[in-house]
Ligand binder design. Structure first.
Ligand SMILES: Cc1ncc(COP(=O)(O)O)c(C=O)c1O
Length: 495
């Protein structure tokens, strides 16, 4: 795969395409390239007016049939994202339909046939179709997942399968998995629970969907950490809740006096490793919020998404363990400790909520994936899970150190680093006058994926600027070269 020559001043070199493309069969190639280019255009990594490489060059650089590229370009043209230019060649449209309301042929588009809620969901979407490579946040090192063990457990599970495991699932998850999760949480996270309180869901997103529909009504207020997890924000918004951003200080969520005077129905917290800033909620603040929740009948949703990976000290116990009034709904996921496409997460509920959640889960989603749950239960039971976490803690610790070293080497103390004590990501702070969204767009065009901190805020303009950098999806030896590219993008913005 040789680099593509520049045939035109504005030709966009598909370095970014090459980085994210993995050759597969023709159909997958087509879909992948289409998605990568569409995302590049959507995020302005390919600015309006820029020329895409000639299909022949792009095809030979990626090692795919030219026809594949021609078809991708045709599809993008049909959607109005690109057009054929005067001197031939394919150009990114000046008015891409998603922002212009115009079709590729220049005529106004009919509005997409969505409800107001549907439009809000799509407009607020933040998930990237690119989920691998430096410095994609939120993705663990899936290449080190012990696939051989998993596969062996899988074969075993299928040898022993019974009819109930293949029929519709009933209840709140495979009983052995619920037990194994409860045990794991008691020992490692200080969560006070029995297996009956555990409800297995398809990812945290589904758990949040249940919370937002069962514990709040349309128009009820939810407090969200700001900056905070946009995935939760999207679910709460789609459920019609009133989103109230609450600032953070060095001890965690810091509601103002006027906010405290109007208690919400739900508050969404990540006390062990605030997402994305990494603030660890102090004991005092935990106590205050638990007391406030008990006094005002507020539900606290505790998202404990990545606290297994704490490097400098032992993980702090979960907030749930200190809750004496049954106000905390605890959320955990296997997305960060194992792999995200597993889509297995769980709720730990106050006992009075378990039956309702379990019943609503079946009613709304017809839960299943029992065989995956059987395998996962054995994976936990036989100690593979704890071993994998121990191993990955070392791996992530080394990557985190390498990244922090690179940041120091390139910027000294000029740019602060937040939240580097735990998890799979850190935040590189940028001065308040830097447009972090623009920096992220340019970084993407240079082949480095980051998330601008301002996208995590509900407030406009966002009060914090920076880049969220994940180190789960990049090998340690690639960190320097990738950070060099990123630093090259950041430097001119620092003035
Ligand atoms: C703050 C936070 N919570 C939870 C999750 C996990 O979500 P899921 O279990 O749906 O993969 C993520 C993933 O990025 C996250 O960033």
């Amino acid at each position: 795969m040789g680099p593509i020559s520049k045939t035109h001043k504005d030709t966009v070199l598909p370095d970014f395409v090459q980085r994210h493309f993995q050759r597969d069969d023709a159909e997958h190639n087509h879909r992948q390239i289409y998605r990568i280019l569409r995302e590049g255009i959507r995020q302005s990594a390919y600015p309006a007016g820029s020329r895409l490489p000639p299909s022949r060059d792009m095809a030979s650089a990626l090692g795919v049939a030219r026809n594949t590229i021609v078809q991708v370009y045709e599809q993008l043209a049909l959607e109005g994202l690109v057009h054929a230019g005067v001197g031939r060649g394919t150009y990114v449209s000046a008015l891409a339909p998603s922002c212009s309301g115009r079709r590729g042929d220049g005529r106004p588009r009919q509005g997409a046939p969505l409800s107001g809620r549907g439009r809000d969901i799509v407009k607020g979407a933040r998930a990237s179709p690119l989920q691998w490579g430096a410095f994609t946040p939120g993705v663990p090192e899936v290449r080190m997942f012990p696939a051989a063990i998993w596969s062996r457990l899988h074969s075993q599970a299928w040898r022993d399968v019974d009819a109930t495991q293949l029929s519709y699932a009933t209840g709140a998850g495979h009983p052995e998995l619920r037990e194994a999760i409860a045990e794991h949480l008691q020992h490692t996270r200080g969560v006070a629970c029995s297996a009956e309180q555990v409800v297995v869901t398809s990812g945290t997103q589904q758990a949040l969907h249940l919370v937002s529909h069962l514990l709040a009504d349309h128009g009820d207020t939810v407090w969200l950490e700001d900056p905070g997890y946009w995935g939760a924000r999207s679910v709460f918004r789609a459920a019609g809740l009133n989103l109230q951003p609450v600032s953070l200080d060095s001890e965690g969520l810091a509601p103002t006096a006027s906010q405290r005077a109007a208690p919400p129905r739900v508050m969404f917290l990540s006390p062990s490793h605030q997402y994305p800033t990494g603030v660890l909620m102090s004991h005092g603040r935990r106590r205050q919020l638990l007391d406030y929740a008990a006094a005002n009948r507020v539900w606290i949703v505790e998202d404990d998404y990545d606290s297994e990976f704490r490097f400098a000290s032992r993980p702090l116990p979960a907030l749930q363990g200190a809750d004496e009034h049954g106000r905390v709904v605890y959320l955990g996921t296997f997305s960060k400790t194992l792999f995200p496409s597993l889509r297995i997460a769980y709720l730990v509920l106050p006992p009075e909520l378990v039956d309702s959640f379990s019943s609503a889960l079946g009613e709304l989603f017809r839960e299943g994936q029992t065989m995956q749950q059987v395998v996962l239960a054995q994976f936990l039971r036989q100690g593979h899970y704890a071993r994998h976490i121990r191993k990955m803690r070392l791996v992530y610790g080394a990557r985190r150190a390498a990244l922090i070293e690179e940041i120091g080497r390139r910027f000294g103390v000029a740019l602060p680093v937040f939240g580097g004590e735990a998890g799979l990501h850190l935040v590189l702070g940028l001065p308040a006058n830097v447009d972090d969204e623009e920096v992220a767009r340019q970084a993407l065009a240079a082949g480095v994926m980051t998330r601008p901190l301002s996208l995590y805020s509900l407030r406009k303009p966002a009060p914090w600027r920076g880049l969220v950098l994940g180190y789960g999806a990049v090998a340690e030896h690639e960190i320097r070269a990738s950070f060099d590219k990123l630093a090259g993008v950041i430097q001119p913005h620092l003035g």
